[in-house]
Design a protein around this ligand. Structure first.
Ligand SMILES: [Cu+2]
Length: 244
């Protein structure tokens, strides 16, 4: 077995093995997974592969063009005759290597997708209803908000979503997530803010004239600040005692 073939088969087996590893096992170390970072990593891997393949094949093609170019009019090339084994190897080895890489990337994407669709235990639940053209949030403890909410840093947040009118899509680019909000259906997405900041959420599904203005701010703050904010919101929405 040639070195190339060996690497190819090892990669194929590694790719298939990755398919068999449930996401739960990968997250079993008790750490909250961070799909955003994992998507970045996977995207970087795909980009690197494409660059390597593009440079290698482009460079090789350019080299061959120059080396074997015609130097006189009417010149006919005389390529070397390949044996059957050489011809098959030339087709099969690159195919195995590329397929192995494809399987490896697909397997990683599959595992990551499972992570993305598995809400970590203890996530903060927020109900979200999309409307033309704003987002309503309900924290389930008497606190509601429109287009602007706070969430605790480092804690998974799950949005349970639906829509009051047409199909919208709630997306937060910084967290690498987007999911449709559909009338009559319940959908979800979850994310975890790794550091404090204001993160923009936008509608990713054309939903009418003001679609482009349909944004929300997700502000990630330390847990204590989040608790204080919830308290102040509850206080603000509590019925005021009457004087009569
Ligand atoms: Cu919308």
């Amino acid at each position: 077995m040639t070195g190339n073939k060996k690497i190819g088969w090892v990669s194929v087996l590694a790719g298939l093995a990755a398919f068999a590893v449930p996401a739960a096992v990968l997250a079993a170390d008790g750490k909250i997974p961070d799909p955003a970072a994992d998507w970045n990593h996977l995207f970087g891997h795909v980009l690197l592969d494409i660059i390597i393949i593009g440079v290698a094949f482009g460079g090789w093609g350019a080299y061959m063009l120059v080396k074997y170019r015609a130097t006189a009019p009417g010149q006919v090339g005389q390529g070397p005759k390949l044996s059957v084994a050489q011809a098959i190897a030339l087709a099969v080895i690159p195919a195995v290597v590329f397929m192995a890489d494809d399987f490896y990337l697909a397997a990683n994407g599959w595992v990551l997708w499972n992570t993305q669709r598995t809400v970590p235990a203890g996530a903060l639940e927020i109900r979200m209803t999309a409307n033309q053209f704003y987002w309503d949030f309900d924290f389930g403890n008497g606190v509601t908000a429109t287009n602007e909410i706070k969430v605790p840093v480092g804690k998974p947040v799950v949005m349970r979503m639906t829509s009051n009118d047409v199909v919208h899509s709630f997306g937060i680019p910084d967290f690498r997530i987007k999911e449709d909000a559909v009338p009559g259906r319940k959908t979800f997405l979850w994310f975890v803010a790794q550091k404090p900041g204001r993160y923009l959420a936008t509608c990713g599904e054309y939903c009418g004239m003001s679609h482009a203005q349909m944004g929300a701010w997700i502000e990630a703050v330390p847990q204590a600040d989040y608790d204080a904010w919830i308290k102040s919101q509850q206080h603000a929405s509590a019925p005021q005692p009457s004087n009569s």
